[in-house]
Ligand binder design. Structure first.
Ligand SMILES: Cc1cc2nc3c(=O)[nH]c(=O)nc-3n(C[C@H](O)[C@H](O)[C@H](O)COP(=O)(O)OP(=O)(O)OC[C@H]3O[C@@H](n4cnc5c(N)ncnc54)[C@H](O)[C@@H]3O)c2cc1C
Length: 325
């Protein structure tokens, strides 16, 4: 028995077993099957942030439950969205209904249920800014509602990453009736005309920027950023300033955040593809499958980048996608 694992890197990969979950009852049923087979259980969405090995010794449940409910609590509009809904469709739906906040997160691939796992973020906004609660099905099949503060959100992190037994079945977001566009990033400011633009226009602007910069996984297989932006000490950042005229660095909680893309670019990786794996020219943080790459090819390439960036700059790059083995 084997079950093909959908993944946008287009890697050949199979779980030992798997199935589709269109409801919480399906999640419970599939988990029982996994238990009977003695396999660890894992939920996935669209496979846009995973790097599965050729054979994965797990039971994989692909979340396909659907449904979007809107309501108002104490004057604040809320949406309650099933895990299997498409994230970008939710962003466009909310913008069109006058439910604001998510616009900068347009065109991030994947499902709503996966969005809290790595606390998706783009252009100065993170999903954790809007999460009221996350409804999960635990390892005993029980439904639990976790509040925002239970989820341990930080940059590309959440408590779910260390608790894969929790399956997100739906996400509850608190949005706003007022449109207060977040235009901190120069690209966004340049693309969006604040004097005339509404929320739909901001979604269109973000979509255009992303389409120019990032490869469409349906055409050039990838999982978006392969590495997180590293956070380093003030002294490492000062040392790096001597090597880089224009070091991208900004203060965050716990240190100085650098641009992983800049380090990779500076090390020359944009011009060093193999015949199967390379860095995307417009955004070297994105590794692309140039055709026929296996998981080993991708991991070997990523490891070579990590080793060289560590040797040259003393900075350890951490992988962003989840490895499935
Ligand atoms: C071109 C491109 C651009 C991207 N840009 C961004 C970006 O700007 N910002 C950003 O943050 N990310 C970005 N990503 C990464 C990716 O889109 C997000 O991480 C997305 O949330 C993954 O959704 P998915 O449904 O594909 O999850 P999957 O890849 O299927 O799963 C990812 C992880 O979440 C777990 N998981 C999935 N669903 C559930 C569930 N229901 N319950 C419990 N665990 C679950 C999986 O086990 C796995 O560990 C990008 C990816 C691509 C390909």
């Amino acid at each position: 028995m084997s079950y093909p694992i959908p993944n946008t890197l287009n890697l050949p990969a199979n779980a030992q077993a798997g199935g589709l979950a269109t409801s919480i009852e399906d999640v419970r049923r599939l988990r029982e099957m996994a238990d009977d087979l003695g396999l660890p259980f894992r939920a996935i969405g669209a496979g846009s942030n995973i790097v599965p090995e050729y054979e994965v010794a797990e039971f994989v449940a692909v979340m396909k439950n659907r449904g979007v409910k809107t309501n108002v609590k104490q004057g604040v509009p809320h949406v309650d969205v099933a895990a299997g809904e498409n994230w970008h469709d939710l962003v466009t739906y909310c913008a069109s209904k006058g439910l604001h906040g998510l616009e900068n997160l347009a065109l991030i691939p994947g499902t709503v249920g996966a969005a809290p796992i790595q606390n998706i973020g783009a252009y100065g906004v993170e999903i954790s800014d809007f999460i009221e609660s996350v409804t999960v099905c635990d390892e005993h099949g029980l439904k639990q509602i976790l509040s925002q503060s239970d989820c341990g959100f930080s940059y590309r992190e959440s408590t779910f990453k260390t608790q894969p037994e929790l399956v997100v079945v739906s996400v509850q977001l608190a949005l706003s009736r007022e449109f207060n566009p977040r235009l901190d990033y120069p690209d966004v400011l340049a693309e969006f005309d604040r004097s005339v633009g509404d929320a739909n226009a901001l979604v269109t602007a973000i979509t255009s920027i992303r389409q120019r910069k990032l490869p469409d996984p349906a055409i050039v297989p990838n999982v978006g950023s392969f590495f997180k932006n590293p956070v380093v000490t003030v002294s490492i950042a000062s040392r790096l300033r001597e090597k880089f005229k224009n070091l991208v660095a900004y203060e965050v909680q716990g240190g100085i955040k650098l641009s992983a893309a800049q380090l990779i670019d500076h090390a020359g990786w944009k011009d060093r593809p193999t015949d199967k794996v390379g860095c995307w020219q417009q955004q070297p943080l994105v590794l692309v499958n140039l055709g026929g790459a296996t998981t080993e090819d991708v991991i070997a390439y990523a490891t070579a980048i990590q080793q060289e960036v560590l040797a040259l700059y003393g900075v350890q790059l951490e992988l962003e996608p989840s490895l499935l083995s």
